[in-house]
Design a protein around this ligand. Structure first.
Ligand SMILES: [Zn+2]
Length: 336
């Protein structure tokens, strides 16, 4: 049931359109620039001052330089791969919703990207989230389970964080396995939770070090750093033998370059097929209803265990898990 060895060439491409459509829908619903936009500027604690939130759509998704960020305690991560707005209560790092990106600190050892390098961010849903036309983008992004059939893959992004324990408790109660797309610095700050995820039979996915957005606009070197270093941080937190099978680009910002980087590290690019926008705290009933209506056998559900107050997600999970079981679903991991 649960495949363990990723085979980069298999099972891909099925969900690209759903992913894109979902992102656009999210952006439209929010009236925001894009799926990942609202959270785009979320940075680790302490970065705000140095990077500044210009709010400029012309800025890039530049992030803190490697090693330059304080291990922000679980700062509200970035939320969403569906574009979570900044968490109101989150400390320190919550930029205003429309600050789409931040500039690299001038002291960054890595060259800050220039507009010429990254292209102008359009601020439009398509510009932020969807792969550029003809770019090859999401062609290999996975949006289905490994086994197909009446299975579902639950995925939790932006942790580990305060809600991770509750999510794990619920999953255990229903014998459900899930995939956790963790932010590198959160994993580094919460190694015990990473170990618990593994000990309880779940799997890990790389969700970048700092959750920069728009991720697809990052220069190659920065994207490579975000993907590689996060993978390393998660492995270090999980301990020897820790395997990270997937990479999910923040905000679903995949492109041919980051997909290639991901593949070169032996990971698969992971999208989703169901997005209840739990990060936006639309209400428990909304989260539950969206999953119930959008899920089809073999689907991948995008949820969040980090990035802000996840009480709605936890409450929704309490309803969704028994519903999934009653509907005859079995829990699977994403294809790889
Ligand atoms: Zn995320």
């Amino acid at each position: 049931m649960y495949r363990t060895s990723p085979s980069p060439s298999s099972g891909r491409g099925r969900a690209r359109r759903r992913l894109v459509a979902g992102c656009v829908a999210v952006a439209a619903a929010l009236g925001l620039a894009a799926c990942g936009t609202a959270s785009g500027a979320l940075q680790p604690a302490g970065t705000t001052g140095s990077t500044g939130s210009t709010g400029s759509t012309g800025s890039t998704g530049a992030v803190r330089s490697p090693g330059g960020s304080p291990a922000a305690t679980i700062a509200p991560s970035p939320g969403a791969d569906g574009a979570p707005p900044a968490a109101p209560s989150a400390a320190a790092t919550t930029p205003a919703p429309h600050t789409t990106a931040t500039r690299a600190p001038s002291t960054s050892p890595t060259p800050a990207p220039t507009p010429a390098q990254t292209g102008a961010a359009t601020g439009s849903p398509a510009g932020e989230h969807a792969p550029p036309p003809g770019h090859g983008g999401a062609a290999t992004v996975i949006g289905s389970t490994a086994s197909g059939g009446r299975t579902v893959a639950l995925t939790f992004d932006d942790g580990p964080g305060p809600a991770t324990g509750q999510v794990l408790d619920l999953l255990a109660q229903y014998g459900a396995k899930a995939t956790f797309c963790q932010i590198g610095q959160n994993a580094a700050a919460n190694p015990a939770l990473v170990k618990r995820v593994l000990a309880e039979g779940h799997r890990l996915c790389d969700h970048s070090v700092h959750h920069p957005q728009p991720f697809a606009k990052l220069p190659h070197d920065r994207a490579a750093y975000e993907i590689t270093a996060a993978r390393d941080m998660i492995v270090q937190a999980g301990g020897p033998g820790t395997r990270v099978g997937w990479f999910r680009a923040p905000g679903g910002g995949f492109n041919a370059d980051n997909e290639q980087i991901t593949a070169s590290l032996g990971m698969s690019s992971l999208g989703w097929s169901v997005d209840p926008r739990d990060w936006s705290r639309p209400g428990v009933a909304s989260i539950v209803s969206t999953v119930q209506h959008q899920l089809k056998p073999g689907g991948v559900v995008l949820l969040h265990d980090g990035g802000g107050d996840r009480s709605q997600t936890v409450a929704a999970l309490k309803q969704l898990l028994p519903w999934l079981v009653a509907q005859g679903y079995t829990f699977d991991f994403p294809a790889s």
